[in-house]
Each structure stands twice: as structure tokens, then as C-alpha cells.
Design a protein around this ligand. Structure first.
Ligand SMILES: Cc1ncc(COP(=O)(O)O)c(C=O)c1O
Length: 388
């Protein structure tokens, strides 16, 4: 249709699974939703709503990069995780999604590209397209447990590549970045003049210990411009409060130029609300309680899933180390969509791997957030349908 930008000409057709789901809901039939990713609907600890009623909540004295007190709260939160950063190097935004849009504006001319992991949560396609930026997916090989293979990154880059995006740990694959992978990636970034954008929203949610794991790139000495992203959405389970942060690091001249430019971008929008910034120290004080409850939840649900798998099953739970999801590898036949539709018919909603751009096999993605009794109630049908 004329009169609209091609950037917003997104396909909006429903896929067969979405149609079948709408039909089932219209019939009022019960469903166990193993795609639930909203932490506020999972019965996990919430902060006291009174925290947002600060005495200064209605004042307006904006600082483009975020109120100093709020940036200091993020710096001291990172300090509790053993990461030393300066509040001067932090920029607040309404979410990490918004931070991505600002970074694409900062780094890319229209037509430039950024290298993004595949499989991955489908977050970047719309963000990039709205900024006129192209995506170059690099594969996270299944053979490496969906870990980063720097050869795949290097092979996808070209003269118009401006940044590499790393999701650490991957969503939904749950694999963390390791020191050796970061060192190899840093060498490629330095050689090709690429910035590193590291999405660390799930970094707090590790299920085990691993040697050489990189928890965050914030506060590290790296040879390239480095952006480390996180926010209240996952750290405190509060996506509705709309507050994320970006730590900017790397060689000091490039870092300071990036901070100066980002300050202007942020000043153009001033998108973070005052009450949430004022409440941030208290909200981050609540975060460890939420994180502990969430971790116990996902570990219990994963334990139930692993225990429910019959020894001779033709499907498996893909090994992982963190995050909020489980990935199942299933037989190629009947495949992802047919299996999802059969599960829906049996009253269980899961996501097909294609939603996350999995390749080289058939996969399902299950949220580990539902209460254990809800999650457990779905496992009988899951095992039965997967047995064919
Ligand atoms: C890896 C990853 N990064 C970022 C986001 C978006 O977070 P925010 O709510 O801060 O925009 C998501 C959303 O699920 C995500 O999975």
C-alpha cells in the first residue's frame, strides 16, 4: 500500500499454530501454556508497589543518561556481582529493546549490517529494520552446544558490518560465553573495527558453575567498543517498569565519543520515567529475592522434564546452563509444526524451533517459568505426543 514506509511493511499473517491456538481459545478449551515468558504472571515474588510512591515521584529534573542516583544504583548492583563500573559509563533507557535501537542509530548508516546469533529469540528483526539496518545471522553450531564459534562470526561479516551481537547466555539455548570465545571474538572485532553488543539480560540466571564463564563484559579491558545491556525486565522480573541499562566500555576515546553521542540520542527521547528511576535502589534490592525464586523454579521444572523423559525416547532435552527455557530436540518427522499442533490438540502450548531460527534438525522450546504443578501437569501429554 502506498503512503507508508517500507520499513513498516511487516508481514502480519497468522501462522497455522497461531490460528489453531485462537480457535482453541475461542472454544474455551483448557490449555497449559508452556510459552509463558511473563515473570509477573508466574507467581514469583513481587516488590512492594509502595516502592514506586517516592516523595519526589512527580518532580521532573531529567538527566539524559538517567538520574545520577539511578545510575549509581546500577553501578553498585553490578558491584555486588563483583563488577566494578563507573556510573559515568552507564546510560538508562526504557528497555534493552530501546537500547538496541539507540545503538543501531549510533553505529550504523542505513544499509549497514550487524551480525546476530542464530538460533536466538526473535528480537532483532523488527528493531533492525526500523533503523534501516540489515541482519547477518551467524550460526551457533549445535555441535558446540549452541555456543559461539568465532569462525561463523568472521565468515558472515563484510565491509558494511558494524557490530557483533552476542546474547550471553543465549535465549533460548542457555549457553554462556567463555573466556576463550571472548578473546577470539575480541580479536575479530579489533581487526575489522566491529563493536560488541552483549545482551546480558539472563546473565544472573545460571543453573550451575562452569570454568571460564564470562558473566558480563562490563568493566573489562577490551580492545573494541563494547556495550553491555541488561535491565529490570529480567533482573528483577519487572518488564512493565520500563528501565534498562547499557554499560559502555572499550578504548577510552571511542568510549567517550560513544557516550557523548548516546547522551544526545537519549536526550531526544528522555524515555525513562522518574518514579522508576527514584525507586531503582530499592527495586534492585528486591532483585536477588526474585532471582533466587526464579532459579529454584526453573531448576525444579527442568528436573521434572528430564525425569519425565523415557529412557528410550526419540527426543532429548538439549544440554544448557542457564536462562528461563528448555529446548527439546525432536525427530525431524513429523517435525516442529505438526508436533506443536498435536500438542495443542492435547492441551499443551509450546513453541516450534523455527520461531527462533533453529537449523539442522527439529526443536521445541518450552518456558520453565510456570508454577511446578502447572508445568508437571503438562508432562504426561508431552511425553505421550512425542512418543507418536
Ligand atoms: C535476549 C533478550 N534480550 C532482550 C529482551 C528484551 O528485554 P526488554 O524488556 O528489556 O526490552 C528479551 C526479551 O525477552 C530477550 O529475550
Amino acid at each position: 500500500m502506498s503512503g507508508f514506509s517500507s520499513r513498516t511493511d511487516f508481514p502480519r499473517e497468522w501462522n497455522p499454530l497461531a490460528r489453531a491456538l485462537a480457535e482453541r481459545r475461542a472454544r474455551g478449551e483448557a490449555l497449559v501454556d508452556l510459552t509463558e515468558s511473563n515473570p509477573t504472571r508466574a507467581g514469583l515474588p513481587l516488590p512492594d508497589p509502595g516502592l514506586l510512591a517516592t516523595s519526589e515521584a512527580f518532580t521532573y529534573a531529567p538527566e539524559p543518561t538517567g538520574l545520577r542516583s539511578a545510575r549509581e544504583a546500577v553501578a553498585s548492583y553490578l558491584g555486588t556481582r563483583g563488577v566494578a563500573v563507573s556510573a559515568e559509563h552507564l546510560i538508562l533507557s526504557a528497555s534493552t529493546s530501546e537500547a538496541y535501537a539507540w545503538l543501531f542509530k549510533l553505529l550504523c548508516e542505513p544499509g549497514d549490517n550487524v551480525l546476530v546469533p542464530a538460533p536466538c529469540y526473535p528480537l532483532f528483526e523488527y528493531l533492525a529494520r526500523l533503523e534501516g539496518v540489515e541482519l547477518r545471522p551467524y550460526r551457533l553450531p549445535h555441535a558446540h552446544g549452541f555456543g559461539l564459534d568465532v569462525g561463523e562470526v568472521a565468515a558472515e561479516g563484510d565491509a558494511r558490518s558494524r557490530a557483533v551481537l552476542v546474547v550471553n547466555p543465549g535465549n533460548p539455548t542457555g549457553h554462556f560465553l567463555h573466556e576463550g570465545e571472548l578473546a577470539a571474538l575480541a580479536a575479530v572485532c579489533e581487526e575489522r573495527g566491529l563493536a560488541l553488543i552483549c545482551d546480558e539480560v539472563f546473565s544472573e540466571f545460571s543453573w550451575d558453575e562452569e570454568p571460564d564463564r564470562v558473566a558480563t563484559v562490563a568493566g573489562r579491558t577490551l580492545p573494541m567498543l563494547t556495550f553491555s545491556l541488561s535491565g529490570l525486565s529480567k533482573v528483577a522480573g519487572m518488564p512493565g517498569l520500563k528501565l534498562g541499562w547499557t554499560h559502555v566500555g572499550g578504548p577510552s576515546a571511542a568510549r567517550d565519543e560513544a557516550l557523548g553521542r548516546l547522551e544526545l540520542v537519549a536526550d531526544t527521547f528522555l524515555s525513562v520515567g522518574t518514579p522508576v528511576q527514584q525507586a531503582l535502589p530499592a527495586l534492585l534490592g528486591h532483585a536477588p529475592r526474585f532471582q533466587a525464586a526464579l532459579l529454584a523454579r526453573v531448576k525444579e521444572n527442568r528436573g521434572q522434564l528430564v525425569a519425565a523423559r523415557p529412557e528410550s525416547a526419540s527426543w532429548s532435552v538439549v544440554p544448557a546452563h542457564g536462562g528461563w527455557c528448555a529446548v527439546l530436540r525432536i525427530p525431524r518427522e513429523p517435525g516442529e509444526e505438526a508436533t506443536c499442533l498435536a500438542l495443542l490438540e492435547a492441551g499443551v502450548l509450546v513453541q516450534p524451533g523455527y520461531f527462533y531460527d533453529f537449523a539442522g534438525g527439529a526443536f521445541l522450546v518450552l518456558s520453565l517459568l510456570p508454577p511446578p504443578e502447572v508445568f508437571g501437569a503438562a508432562l504426561g501429554a508431552l511425553v505421550r505426543v512425542l512418543a507418536g
